[in-house]
Write a protein that binds this ligand. Structure first.
Ligand SMILES: C[S@@+](CC[C@H](N)C(=O)[O-])C[C@H]1O[C@@H](n2cnc3c(N)ncnc32)[C@H](O)[C@@H]1O
Length: 264
C-alpha cells in the first residue's frame, strides 16, 4: 500500500465515531499548547490536523484569525458545526499536512495537537510546516512520547493489527527530541518541554467503551476483528488502563513532548 492509499484510509478511519469525545480527554494538553503560543487579536493562526477543532476554537476565542485543516472530512464537518454554534469565525479546510494548500510564510503561528504525528511522511510534514510559517513566526507541536502510556496503548493495538506498510514513520518519532531536531532544527530555533496529560475516567472498562466507539483507530480495529480476537483486544486494553485505576477511577498520565519553535 502506497502513502496516498494509506492517507485515503486514514481520512475515513479518523472520521468514524464522535472523535470530539476523545478530544475532550486531552483538554489539558490543548490548553497548554495554546497558552504557550499566546493567541491574540489579528494573529494569523493555522491549526494542522485540527480534528474537531478544539485548538482552533481556543485560539479564535482569544481573537486570532484561525484556519483549521484536517484530512478527515467528517471531523471537519463537526468542527464547522461546533464553531458556528459558538459564533466563532474559523475557516476549516479538508487537506493534507504533507501538502498544505497555503502560500509560503502565510501564518504567524502554526500548531498541531497530537495531529501531524499521524501523517506517514514526516519529512514532507516538516517541510510544509516550515514553508507556511513566516520568518519569526511560532510553531507548537504536542506529540505523544514513545515510552509513555499512549505508546503502550498503541502497542496493545498493534498486536491485533496488520503491520504498517514499509517506509511509514512511527507517529511516536515526533515525541523524541533527536528526531524532531533532525526534521525541524534547520528551519526553526527549537525548545522542548516534557509534560503529562492525565486521562481521567470512571473505570478502565469505561476507557475501552469510549475508545472502541469514538477513537477512529481503536474503533476501526475492534470492528475488523472476529469475536475472539476482539475480546482479546478488549481484555488487553482494559488491563493496561486498570494499572492506573483505584477506587476513585482511572487517572493515567500520558507523556507528551511539546515542541516550540521560532522560524528562522
Ligand atoms: C488524534 S487526532 C488529533 C485531533 C486534534 N488535533 C485534537 O487535538 O483533538 C489526529 C488527527 O490527525 C488527522 N490527520 C491524520 N493524518 C493527517 C494528514 N496527513 N493531514 C492532515 N490531518 C491528518 C486526523 O484526521 C485526526 O483528526
Amino acid at each position: 500500500m502506497g502513502f496516498e492509499e494509506l492517507k485515503q484510509r486514514h481520512s475515513v478511519v479518523w472520521g468514524t465515531g464522535p472523535y470530539e469525545r476523545i478530544s475532550a480527554t486531552i483538554a489539558d494538553l490543548q490548553d497548554e499548547l495554546v497558552d504557550r503560543l499566546e493567541p491574540a487579536p489579528g494573529v494569523r493562526w493555522l491549526d494542522v490536523a485540527t480534528g474537531t477543532g478544539e485548538v482552533a476554537k481556543r485560539a479564535a476565542r482569544a481573537g486570532a484569525e484561525v484556519v483549521g485543516l484536517d484530512l478527515a472530512p467528517a471531523l471537519v464537518e463537526t468542527a464547522k458545526r461546533e464553531a458556528e454554534a459558538e459564533g466563532l469565525d474559523i475557516r476549516y479546510d479538508v487537506g493534507d499536512a504533507e501538502a498544505l494548500h497555503y502560500e509560503d510564510a502565510s501564518f504567524d503561528v502554526v500548531s498541531s495537537s497530537c495531529g501531524v504525528m499521524f501523517a506517514p511522511d514526516h519529512a514532507a510534514v516538516a517541510r510544509e510546516l516550515a514553508r507556511v510559517t513566516r520568518p519569526g513566526g511560532r510553531l507548537g507541536l504536542a506529540c505523544w512520547r514513545p515510552e509513555g502510556t499512549l505508546g503502550d496503548m498503541f502497542r496493545v493495538m498493534a498486536a491485533y493489527a496488520p503491520p504498517p506498510p514499509p517506509g511509514v514513520g512511527s507517529p511516536f518519532d515526533w515525541g523524541r527530541e533527536d528526531n524532531v531536531t533532525a526534521l525541524l532544527g534547520e528551519t526553526f530555533d527549537l525548545d522542548f518541554v516534557s509534560l503529562d496529560s492525565v486521562l481521567v475516567a470512571p473505570s478502565a472498562e469505561d476507557v475501552w467503551e469510549l475508545f472502541a466507539t469514538c477513537y477512529g483507530p481503536t474503533k476501526t480495529l475492534a470492528d475488523s476483528l472476529e469475536e475472539e480476537r476482539r475480546e482479546g483486544l478488549r481484555r488487553d486494553f482494559v488491563e493496561l488502563h486498570a494499572r492506573y485505576e483505584d477506587e476513585e477511577g482511572v487517572r493515567m498520565p500520558r507523556a507528551y513532548l511539546l515542541t516550540l519553535g521560532t522560524r528562522r
